[in-house]
Write a protein that binds this ligand. Structure first.
Ligand SMILES: [Zn+2]
Length: 62
């Protein structure tokens, strides 16, 4: 299970959690990470909308 201590505005869309954070350049970014066991899918997005769309359309491969 992923942890999101440093993430703001976390939301759960199905098995996927979405949260805003600062990337290593100090810019706002949004990460989407699947919490399903054995999936491990996650991605960084430059906009909240992109992350939420990816979360909504994600299907686990296991
Ligand atoms: Zn998944």
């Amino acid at each position: 299970m992923a942890r999101f201590e440093r993430f703001a505005n976390t939301a759960r869309i199905g098995p996927v959690e979405v949260g805003d954070h600062r990337d290593r350049h100090g810019r706002n970014a949004t990460i989407a990470a699947c919490t399903a066991p054995r999936c491990g899918w996650s991605n960084d997005y430059t906009s909240r909308a992109a992350a939420e769309l990816a979360a909504r359309t994600h299907t686990c491969t296991t």
